[in-house]
Design a binder for this molecule. Sequence first.
Ligand SMILES: Nc1nc2c(ncn2[C@@H]2O[C@H](COP(=O)(O)OP(=O)(O)OP(=O)(O)O)[C@@H](O)[C@H]2O)c(=O)[nH]1
Ligand SMILES: [Mg+2]
Length: 386
Amino acid sequence: MGDQHRRAGEAEPGGAAAPPPASTSPTAPFVDGAPAAAAPAGLRAGFIALCGRPNVGKSTLLNALIGEPIAVATASPQTTRERLLGIWTGDDFQAVLVDTPGIHRPRSALNRFMVDQALRAAKDVDLILLLAEAPSLADAAAAEAWEPGPMQREVLERLAGLARPIALVLTKVDQLADPRLMIPLIATWSQLHPFAAVVPVSALQGHNLDRLVEVVRAHLPPAEAYLYDPDHLSDRQMRWHAAEIVRGQLFEHLGEELPYSCAVTVGRYKEGRRSEAADRIEATIHVERDSQKGMVIGKGGQTIRAISTAARATISRLTGRPCDLFLDVRVEKNWTRDPAAMERLGYRNEPEGRSEPDGPAELEARGALAAQDASDGHDEPGEAQP
Ligand SMILES: Nc1nc2c(ncn2[C@@H]2O[C@H](COP(=O)(O)OP(=O)(O)OP(=O)(O)O)[C@@H](O)[C@H]2O)c(=O)[nH]1
Ligand SMILES: [Mg+2]
């Protein structure tokens, strides 16, 4: 079992006995495709994609369903850049939730990659959840007159082209002054597509998620075995999550535009040898221009220190162990416009002709940054933590 595959609190082979795990950590799937856990009678298992425009609440909903913050969610649009599989195992079902980047009109190579990731990820799933934010409407007349905008229609058309069942999920309903105004709105949406269901939810308040569970379950095919180890939460290795968590903190601590010019890679992830020992993580924040480097570091290293402190807390919550996080900043000139540079930073598409999602072994082999060499040239250190 690889270092990053163990559950939080699990004993190191040959090490001291550890207390029972308080929670599971996101880990890679079984590589042999033969989960040890016996499947319950009547098991249903399959893939469910969460799709929609940027910022509608896809990652927040995935986290709410799974019960752990495994997907980075921020107030900024275009946070998610790559597909993530979240493994949601209930008493008699396993839904592999596919978090996707928001579908938008791309201009840069990075944005094209993101939209491509989203559409590929939804290709062969059992059900697409199309998320759309419930609009704030003044009164019944406004609700009657409401229509989805052109980009919302375009997203629906592109997803409908994949010929999979689609359920419409109206998100953030806690923001509505009067939920009854959603009734005409649902009727308007329903004229556009024969949705398998329409479910208004609030992921933040947990409103109506039980109805969503019913819809998801009903679309999972009967299965003889789990698709993934039911103890696992994600198909990605912890090093990928650590990079994502650092990237998520960039949205919290930097100006509005700068996070879009940043990528984060983890050069080295060394797991603590005992349950109470800290993981050691060395990560690099890549910016596009020299001038951006100082902005990430901040006056006297203040900004990067705040990023590191916040990221460490989230990483520790997922692993159940303390962690030491060392951050560098380096310049990768104009990387968002350069597919070769993007590949170096871990943003690479699977070869054409392969349908998504695919087998667990392949998923692990592709684990975003798993193959990155620990000795990868770190630029001059921006700041070291702790
Ligand atoms: N009020 C409210 N806000 C929500 C809800 N769900 C998500 N949000 C907020 O909406 C913002 C975007 O959420 P994300 O989950 O990152 O949205 P996303 O669709 O994954 O966004 P991208 O990855 O950028 O496409 C965050 O500020 C969330 O807190 C909800 O149920 N209610
Ligand atoms: Mg997201």
